[in-house]
Design a protein around this ligand. Structure first.
Ligand SMILES: Nc1nc2c(c(=O)[nH]1)N[C@H]1C(S)=C(S)[C@@H](COP(=O)(O)OP(=O)(O)OC[C@H]3O[C@@H](n4cnc5c(=O)[nH]c(N)nc54)[C@H](O)[C@@H]3O)O[C@H]1N2
Ligand SMILES: Nc1nc2c(c(=O)[nH]1)N[C@H]1C(S)=C(S)[C@@H](COP(=O)(O)OP(=O)(O)OC[C@H]3O[C@@H](n4cnc5c(=O)[nH]c(N)nc54)[C@H](O)[C@@H]3O)O[C@H]1N2
Ligand code: SF4
Ligand SMILES: [Mo]
Length: 693
């Protein structure tokens, strides 16, 4: 007997498709995983995708609702769980007001669940406090895209165009480890003659394919982009007619760049002047070019402006809206794109509508059948919500699809806050470090058991259908939200009987919005394999390349803006002489809740580490492969040293995939980008000492 499961990877934004065959021979189950052909991955799977079934089928899954009694979790029925939650939420809201409850979502949730969660917060609870982990992921690029172009869609052109591009700048993106199945697009581009520039403080597996690697000082990308712009403008590589017809603000940018001194840029960014000159010249000369940024540039306290400066380079050279030319914010989570479009964000309503725009509010209120005035206003960003949890302005939290005490910056503070909550409910499939602090855990379906749509990094909507029944009495996320809304007396607003029914409502709610899904249906997705948004009608093919003739701003033009050389507030020096930067490794995913449950992935890497340059290590008397303490102003962790000349001498790197004593966010700073509220995960000041000296 075998069970054939057609699914889609739960991890990164490429959304590779796969077939998993479960064979049961005399009670022994074995699994075979094969990639399935689909457009973005072209039939490839990486090691995480190959082993994703292991966490889903793990015996450690939570399979029934659990409630903490005398410090221990005990099983309860769904009815009891809903009743208890409704009672506590009602009690807290009547004592402390509607906004006493915070809702916190995630970018792994399907579009249907993201949509239902936003509606649940605004309609079932009536709270303004909702935000999600994508704040830490896509908010800087989203803000930059919205402001510069009038829209935020990860890639402004189809992935296939990477192959046609003549020059590629990959800034703060480690595609080789984070979107591995996309690598052939880049290696093919290189074979076709493209010049590849990688900007990263580390010589990563991605940098290995580069023709030029700019080993930038952490946090200095905005300044580096100013240097590149200087070379481009001084070299006469600007596209005057594009600037004239398609952009605004160039004169101010030009005046700002005229005052830039390349020698100073080289000094502050740590990148040799000749390399900045070569990079600027190569990009300027190329007939087509793309710039891709990811969290290295974006998870900074000036992340949104740093991205805008890379967009300035594209606009100045007219390299957008044309074949092989465009911008890409390399989206992170499985539904990092769709998760940011349908209402999980503090200021957002479905279809990328704004909660502060009267017309948008009125439209959504009508779709939801509520009074426009009843919709709450704008809340606060994810970390700011944690501040309100800490100050007890938020008394209860409903968490779905995130592990915030590991993934938030300044994690000790966040944990302290969560421990103070009067009531804490989470919906998860595993006991994350955060779930262990909950009063009630609601067991939800894994990717193999859950039907819904996810929008990949290209802006292509894909359908992932349940491939096996859920274990125990586990439910799908949207079902939990509908049932809970009913317990809160809001049944009529959540009449859904399937994920498709939620999607049908989402189609209407997004209609006419920037992220318009109206023309997309489950039937179409089954037939066409995926459809790009915006897709305003059933016969619309979906837009692969954006901005060919205009930008969706009031004047139809893209906005350029001068970007200052920003310096991270916390500079290395004195007691904390090194820059710490953080990120990922190939075999683990985010806070590791899922990948640590996979024996295959865990065996590859079972503990965290700190990358440190051998020269720096020598001066600190740190040997390779020994335990060290890493300290910042906010906390300390213990990890194993990994000496490597691939990192800058003034910088160390620790991955984010471990909790407890290895949780890197015990060190990171609470300082946020003022406009998009992205934390500065990618730079703070630390010191390192041997554990045993
Ligand atoms: N294996 C794996 N893949 C993943 C994930 C995972 O956890 N594991 N997570 C997914 C998610 S949610 C996301 S958001 C993406 C993240 O994808 P990426 O953003 O590509 O991953 P990171 O490793 O966080 O950061 C990328 C690079 O930025 C560099 N960097 C650090 N500081 C700076 C800086 O100041 N400037 C520049 N230019 N570069 C800097 C780091 O050295 C790192 O190599 O990956 C997705 N894919
Ligand atoms: N220092 C540092 N910190 C970072 C980053 C960094 O680069 N450096 N990156 C940031 C980024 S980009 C991100 S995206 C965040 C992510 O960080 P988190 O939001 O904490 O993400 P995960 O570790 O994926 O946690 C997801 C949780 O949801 C559960 N889950 C998965 N799928 C589902 C589902 O479909 N339904 C439900 N109900 N639960 C589900 C998992 O079991 C897990 O417990 O971390 C951020 N934190
Ligand atoms: S982690 Fe990303 S690249 Fe790897 S299989 Fe999953 S979706 Fe594909
Ligand atoms: Mo992310």
């Amino acid at each position: 007997m075998s069970l054939v499961m057609e699914s889609q990877c739960p991890f990164c934004s490429v959304q590779c498709k796969m077939t998993i065959t479960e064979k049961n021979e005399s009670g022994i189950k074995t699994y075979e995983v094969e990639p399935r052909k689909n457009s973005a991955s072209e039939g490839r799977l990486c090691i995480k995708g190959m082993n994703a079934y292991q966490h889903a089928l793990s015996g450690e899954r939570i399979t029934e609702p659990l409630m903490k009694k005398n410090g221990q979790f005990v099983p309860i029925s769904w009815d009891e769980a809903y009743e208890r939650i409704a009672e506590k939420f009602n009690e807290l809201q009547s004592t402390f007001g509607r906004d006493a409850i915070g809702v916190y979502g995630g970018g792994s949730l399907t579009n249907e669940t993201s949509y239902a969660l936003g509606k649940f917060a605004r309609v079932a609870l009536g709270t303004k406090y909702i935000d999600y982990n994508g704040r830490f992921c896509m908010s800087a690029a989203a803000t930059a895209g919205n402001k510069a172009f009038g829209v935020d869609r990860g890639l402004t052109n189809a992935l296939a165009e990477v192959r046609e591009s003549d020059c590629l700048i990959l800034a703060g993106t480690n595609i080789a480890e984070c979107q591995p199945t996309l690598m052939p697009y880049f290696t093919d581009a290189k074979e076709n003659g493209a010049f590849i520039i990688v900007i990263d403080p580390r010589y990563t597996a991605t940098a290995e394919m580069a023709d030029l690697h700019l080993k930038v000082k952490p946090g200095m990308d905005a300044a580096l982009a100013n240097g590149l712009l200087k070379v481009i403008l001084d070299g006469g590589y600007a596209d005057e007619s594009f600037l004239e017809n398609r952009t605004t603000g160039f004169d101010e940018v030009k005046a700002h760049i005229d005052a830039i001194d390349l020698t100073e840029i080289s000094l502050i960014t740590g990148v040799p002047k000749e390399e900045i000159e070569e990079a600027g010249r190569r990009f300027g000369e190329a007939a087509s070019g793309m710039i891709l940024t990811a969290r290295g540039v974006e998870q900074q306290t000036d992340g949104s402006m740093a991205v805008r400066n890379f967009i300035n380079i594209l606009l100045a050279t007219g390299k957008i809206g044309k074949p092989g030319s465009g911008y890409g914010a390399v989206t992170g989570q499985a539904n990092g794109q769709g998760g940011r479009e349908h209402g999980q964000k503090a200021d957002q309503l479905p279809g990328y509508r704004s909660i502060e725009n009267d017309e948008h509010r009125a439209y959504i209120a009508k779709v939801w059948g509520v009074n426009h005035g009843e919709l709450p206003g704008k809340g606060v960003s994810a970390y700011e919500m944690m501040e309100k949890v800490h100050s007890q302005e938020i008394r209860a939290l409903f968490l779905m699809g995130s592990n915030p005490i590991v993934s938030n910056p300044n994690a000790n503070f966040v944990e302290e806050g969560i421990r103070k909550l009067d009531f804490f409910v989470t919906a998860d499939m595993h006991f994350s470090e955060t779930a262990q602090l909950a009063d009630i855990i609601l067991p939800t379906a894994s990717y193999l058991e859950n039907t819904g749509t996810l929008t990949n990094l290209e802006g292509r909507v894909l359908l992932r259908e349940a491939a096996r029944p859920a274990p125990g009495i586990v439910k799908q996320d949207w079902e939990v939200l509908s049932d809970l809304a009913a317990s809160l007396g809001k049944e009529s607003f959540f009449p859904y009987t399937s994920a498709e029914a939620v999607f049908e409502e989402l189609r209407i709610a997004s209609r006419g919005g920037i992220a318009d899904y109206y023309g997309i249906t489950y039937d179409r997705l089954r037939k066409e394999e995926g459809v790009y948004w915006p897709c305003p009608s059933l016969d619309h093919p979906g837009e692969k390349r954006l901005f060919e003739t205009s930008f969706p701003r009031a004047d139809g033009k893209a906005e350029m803006i001068p970007v200052p050389n920003h310096f991270p507030k916390e500079q290395a020096g004195g007691r904390y002489p090194l820059h710490l930067t953080t990120g990922r490794v190939l075999g683990h995913y985010l806070t590791g809740v899922q990948t640590h449950k996979s024996p295959t992935l865990e065996a590859r890497q079972f503990e965290s580490f700190v990358e440190i340059h051998p020269k720096t290590a020598r001066s600190l008397r740190i040997q390779d492969d020994t335990l060290v303490k890493v300290h910042s102003r906010r906390g300390e962790i213990i990890v194993r040293s990994k000496l490597t000349a691939s990192i800058r001498e003034d910088t160390v790197f620790v991955p984010m995939h471990w909790d407890g004593i290895q949780n890197i966010n015990k060190l990171t700073s609470e300082e946020l980008d003022p406009s998009c509220k992205m934390p500065g995960f990618k730079v703070c000041a630390v010191s390192i000492t041997p554990l045993i000296s």
